[in-house]
Design a protein around this ligand. Sequence first.
Ligand code: AMP
Length: 284
Amino acid sequence: MPDEPLVIRDPAAMTAASRAARARGQRVGLVPTMGALHAGHLSLVDYARANSDLLVVSVFVNPMQFNNQGDLDNYPVTWEADFALCAQHRVDVIYAPTVDAMYPEGFQSKVLVEGLTQEMEGEFRPGHFDGVTTVVLKLFAAVRPDMAAFGQKDYQQLKVVERMSQDLDLGVKVIGRPTVREPDGLALSSRNVHLSPDERQRALCLRRALDQARELAAGGETEVAAIEAAAGEVIAQTEGARLDYLAVVHPDSLERLQRLQGPSRMCLAVWLGDTRLIDNDALN
Ligand code: AMP
């Protein structure tokens, strides 16, 4: 049985532990999460374990990034299972600050990344990315990691965090890792537990829409409008599925494309009942 992870709840104590590790010449790795850990999170943990000496997993359900109170209230919390998984995957520190420690009375700062946050998730979840960048900057400040791992599952978030780290000279190497999926193609997500068995089946429409787009692109279709229409049709044909957006974008600028010439990414967000799912994939 490996050593159990140390649980740190106080930002200053976290910084002290990180500073001590770096003084010993150790590299500090961070995997930010909101808990309810699944194999997608654990793929980031395993990557970071292999690439750092002091491995920190943060578990913090960040109220500031929720634009919907019901979503926050229903967000799954599985602390004991999370702890056991972190122990199994040889995490050194679980950084789990309280909401009061993160946002004490009088808190009034916010980090804002502009262009990249305007479309897609930014359009449908107003304020969401301000919450994300603010909390990630606070986590970086407390943990002072050399490297932090994020999932491509939240592709726009990954690009926004990369931008912030570069723009603000944070000196954190931001690593994006592939999306982990169920055998049938559904991207793992903490919110999948909210799907009824029926919705779980229908949730495959996200993967099918992406596959449809990839097939068209592979077959030589270059008109993005045609690709988006065909992929949108997959969602439209799925009973009970409602599209927020579906967009083919440049993988770095996230600007919408008209034609497929170089690299591209399709991103989409779909409601199944009361559960909102997102997914994305490269088209070529
Ligand atoms: P969350 O707890 O949902 O905020 O996610 C924490 C981190 O895990 C983020 O960087 C996510 O992009 C990443 N993540 C979530 N789901 C997956 C997945 N299915 N595959 C890979 N990474 C994921």
